[in-house]
Write a new protein. Structure first.
Length: 110
């Protein structure tokens, strides 16, 4: 176990960049499994302008790293590839308990 812990409130709202430093959006929410307390997904707010045209993406939390110096999350995904990821509308969230949805997401990110 890491001796470095973050509160969910610290992560929510954090900027997300890729390894090239490209802005990939912000962490909107964390999806937590109530049975074991594990963070399963971070919901990434990506695209759009001033909240218009935003698309949300569920990303397996294991795909993220932390840039401690700049207080941001790092997702090693090319910006163009992220545009192809399974996403959803901010007003129409999927059922995160749906096996088909989670399988599609997990397969995309490997």
């Amino acid at each position: 176990m890491s001796n470095y812990l973050l509160s969910s409130g610290t992560i929510t709202g954090d900027q997300v960049v890729n390894a090239q430093g490209e802005d990939l959006g912000h962490v909107k929410e964390l999806m937590i499994n109530p049975d074991d307390g594990k963070i399963e997904y971070a919901v990434l707010d990506f695209g759009g302008f001033l909240g218009i045209g935003d698309k949300f993406f569920a990303v397996p939390f294991t795909q993220f790293g932390v840039d401690r110096e700049k207080h941001r999350m790092v997702l090693n995904v090319d910006k163009e590839r992220l545009k192809e990821a399974p996403g959803f509308d901010k007003d129409n969230w999927p059922d995160f308990a749906d096996a088909e949805f989670t399988s599609t997401v997990n397969t995309f990110y490997g």
